[in-house]
Design a protein around this ligand. Sequence first.
Ligand SMILES: [Zn+2]
Length: 432
Amino acid sequence: MRTLSWERIKESGRPFLLHGGRVVRGTDGPARADILVSEGGRIARIAERIETGPEAFQVDVTGALVSPGFVDMHQHLDKTGVLKFTPNPSGTLQGARDAFAKYARTAPPEDVSRRAARTMARCLARGTTAIRSHVNVDKDAGFNGIEALAQLRSDWADRMTLQLVAFMTPHPNQDLAWLASNIDAAVDQADAVGGTPAVAEDPMRYMDILFEAAVRHERPIDLHLDEHLNPERPLFGAVFERVRKYGMQGRTVLGHASVLSALTRSEFEHIRDQLLELDIGVVTLPAANLYLQGRSHDMLPPRGLTRVAELARAGVWIATASDNIGDPFVPTGSGDMLEIARWTLLAGHLRGDELATVYEMTTSIPARLTGLGRDHGLREGAWADLVISDCDDVSALVAQGPDRMQVLARGKPVLGGTELPCTEVRAMAETS
Ligand SMILES: [Zn+2]
């Protein structure tokens, strides 16, 4: 037996066997299994014992927890890291929107790429192997953000899945005619259609523009819906009408849904039942909600999150995600989905016996909602996008986090993180 560095595995490009890990599959506890990773970076086989030929390295990860990579299904990579250029003195959502709009009018596209790549690298080192990013397309930002990120999506395809949402942002005084005439060019470069109806001056017409574009381009819808706590103006009913009219069942995701916490129980239950009936997903964004909502309250400011625990317990597909990282909307953020998972449990009032639920909200549920399909998860044929850690189980992974971990992206070790020591089980047949 000799020491085998992750660096050597990365450089070799050869298949390798992860030997003896405790593999997370489904909702049962982890079970011992070997995983064979192909040269192409996919899981070639998972079985209790796998014998391999001399062409494969064998890497002993006995006892380590092996999880699929995290899926951060709601970020804003065009905005990440701009806090230092454009502060938000009021700390409110509208203050953040204004600050970014001011910045976007002058920011060069190479600035977007540089900041986004830095955050993507941080996320990847912490185990996130798929990101969906909303990208502003409006009169201020133009197409700078989406063009820069479309380039990153292809440059990073060997390491990470990056999906882009054409976020057709209706700033105050933004005329809908501009959005309507530019939406096709934006959605052409995107994986989903997005927007924030509560801000639009004519939310109904605005939503029609978005849904019609989604149908024309055969893309899913991912809206920021009711990122506020005003019970007088929820837009859920109008969205449900359009999901039915445009046949977008199972292809619609709603981010924030904060207002559900401000509605009465019976109003909430009526909405919850339609979310289930129409197979609509929800994404909670605890960092943004905790930071931006409730600033006008002198006493007992609300958390600002949607009814996370009730939605999860009712069987609504609810994921959690980072939203903004280091910008006027959320000045903090490490890109660590485990940090977001903890915010979700604490601020969402889930229980200690629901840590595994929160884990699913960072892995299998966002994978389903973003349509990653058979590319994600611990199954044969999926990308070998793995988080290997010294945690006992997924509850401990969320609650305490690992002391040591190793991330594999497309079967390649991501170097530079907190690495697990790694030893070769038996000598290779030949050395190169
Ligand atoms: Zn957002």
